[in-house]
Design a binder for this molecule. Structure first.
Ligand SMILES: Cc1cc2nc3c(=O)[nH]c(=O)nc-3n(C[C@H](O)[C@H](O)[C@H](O)COP(=O)(O)OP(=O)(O)OC[C@H]3O[C@@H](n4cnc5c(N)ncnc54)[C@H](O)[C@@H]3O)c2cc1C
Length: 367
């Protein structure tokens, strides 16, 4: 017999796993993942930082609200971040400070002498910086496992190798077909399918919102000198690179953002080469080897804000997508808020300062 759930969540990356865990005390939940292993796509490929400004001022409330939860679980390790700039980019520095002035993010300006102490071998033209001292590394696998375990304890059924292939409306329910992984019925269908969010919406007859995957590349370098363990996350004010140390190696990204179809993303040699070239213009370190490289898809709605809430036209279809480059650092508050919106529960201490309307799909409804 086809089993019926209150909620079926499609996708068991960070988004789906965290939302399923938050829903579990209140509802019967199916968490369906197309891959054999949850976290195979964007979630397993992140650069693993929690950075207050990342994603822009309208994402800051989600990031800040997630911080205490992550710290309590011991999943954040202090690192600090520096947005570096050259003299000719002074206007960009000013614009950055103005943009985040009322956001709640903690930032301060730094001048060259302080920069030299934090980034040994920094080339002379990098004279300006904005520091974001609270930036931390996140234990991504630890957070994902935390939510999967919480979901399991809450009797969520995790079905892996269960790709949603077809959806039909049956009265008040959705009938969901997962090919050889069987069928299920659910009152609410949650789209937490990352790069495939629009595709899943299409299966359910909801209007796609234009959530577009973009490829982002990271490489792991062996460099001389060995990067100090306390090197901050170093980001370019103009978004051309970031790098940070990782167990004696360096993780480097050219901050590429190439539109892509939803797929198992792979790095392009050219993007790795571009990253190394940009890196060599920042510090005088020698790149000895590219040890590892990977790419993943960051998926953005047209306004680059996440989409949490019921579709305005398709009853019972709930969006939990468009987590862009901040889906790990915002996961705790996003999942709590998502569950509250889905179930009609009041906000709590974690979500009290977040305006759910900012992320509601209603902003895309035809006016
Ligand atoms: C290189 C890189 C660096 C990043 N760095 C950071 C960072 O430092 N900090 C940060 O906060 N964020 C970072 N991000 C962003 C973060 O990884 C994403 O925002 C987050 O992982 C999105 O989670 P998700 O669950 O929505 O997507 P995913 O992890 O991609 O999960 C979606 C899941 O849905 C499944 N699925 C799709 N279609 C179906 C279907 N039809 N049926 C069943 N299952 C389906 C997929 O198999 C997939 O597992 C980075 C991303 C990349 C690529």
């Amino acid at each position: 017999m086809t089993q019926t759930y209150d909620v079926a969540v499609i996708g068991a990356g960070m988004a789906g796993a965290s939302l399923a865990a938050e829903l579990a005390p209140h509802a019967s939940v199916l968490l369906a993942e197309g891959e054999a292993t949850p976290g195979y796509h964007a979630t397993g490929r992140s650069a693993a930082f929690w950075e207050e400004c990342y994603g822009g001022p309208e994402v800051v409330p989600l990031t800040l609200a997630s911080g205490p939860f992550l710290r309590e679980l011991g999943l954040l390790s202090p690192r600090g971040a520096l947005y570096v700039a050259r003299a000719r980019e002074e206007a960009d520095v000013e614009a950055f400070v103005a943009r985040f002035a009322d956001s709640g993010a903690h930032i301060e300006r730094l001048a060259r002498p302080a920069l030299e102490q934090r980034i040994p071998g920094l080339r002379p033209e990098w004279t300006l910086a904005i520091a974001e001292p609270a930036c931390a590394d996140i234990d991504v696998a630890g957070l994902h496992q935390h939510y999967l375990a919480q979901a399991r304890r809450g009797a969520v059924e995790l079905r892996t190798s269960a790709r949603l292939e077809a959806v039909e409306r049956e009265g008040e329910h959705w009938r969901l077909s997962f090919g050889r992984a069987g069928e299920a019925r659910a009152r609410v269908l949650v789209d937490a399918a990352g790069a495939w969010a629009d595709e899943v919406a299409g299966l359910a007859g909801a209007r796609p919102l234009g959530i577009t995957p973009h490829r982002r590349t990271v490489s792991q370098l062996r460099v001389d000198p060995v990067p100090p363990a306390d090197l901050p996350l170093v980001l370019d004010i103009s978004g051309q690179f970031y790098f940070k140390p990782e167990h004696g190696r360096l993780w480097l990204s050219p901050q590429d953002e190439t539109p892509s179809e939803a797929c198992d993303a792979a790095p392009e040699e050219l993007d790795v080469a571009i990253a190394v070239d940009r890196f060599e213009r920042v510090v005088d370190w020698r790149v000895e080897a590219v040890e590892r490289k990977w790419a993943g898809l960051r998926s953005f709605a047209p306004d680059r804000l996440p989409v949490y809430g019921f579709d305005t036209a398709r009853a019972g279809f709930f969006w939990f997508a468009g987590q862009g480059g901040f889906g790990i650092q915002t996961a705790p508050a996003a999942a709590r808020l998502g569950a509250q919106v889905l179930l009609g529960l009041p906000k709590d201490a974690m979500t009290g300062s977040i305006d759910a309307a900012t992320y509601a799909p209603a902003r895309f409804a035809a006016g």
